[in-house]
Design a protein. Sequence first.
Length: 211
Amino acid sequence: MEHRSKPTVESIGFSEDRLKDAYGRMDMENHPWARHASKEIESLESLCSTFIGKRIMDAGCGRGRHSLSIAKKYPSSSILGVDYSEANISSALSKKDGLSNVEFEVSDLRDYRPDRTFDIVLCLYDVIGSFPDDSDNEAIVETLASCCEIGGYLAVSVMNMELTRHLAHPSNICDVESDPKVLFDLPPGDVMHKSGDIFDPDLYLIDTTRL
């Protein structure tokens, strides 16, 4: 009688190139969550006192929607948008439309050390948490702190883990490292393409090995 070995599932390792490619391909202009930059800027300004005449850094600026919104509304301010993706920065530069108070730069926030500090540093939409290794995310936090002027403002948005876990189905909270097959068994979906929503409880896992 022939005995066959039990099939194994190998997980896909993290890839810097895949991450850059994924960010560069995101259809941000058409995602509903990316259409509220002006309102978000208003909310942020109420937290940061004022944007008028300030030196502002937009860390992980994507295609520049917040940087450009600030530059247009506050001509006396200077804004620097920094992003990991060359494709995103290229898109941001194409939208400057003659604005002289905003710059864009391709840089990795993990080891970015500019020659100046900023009155306000923004890091929005889960830039922190994009890397699976905690040391990478900690390096981004260190960069943000070093870029912020003493007495300045640092505004960071991160994923709400408590809410995410509350919404998750119990079967989707598991040890992915010991049983990677659960990851490959997730059903495919196009919710990200249609709406930008990556938090559909049917389409994500919470890996308890990371908690």
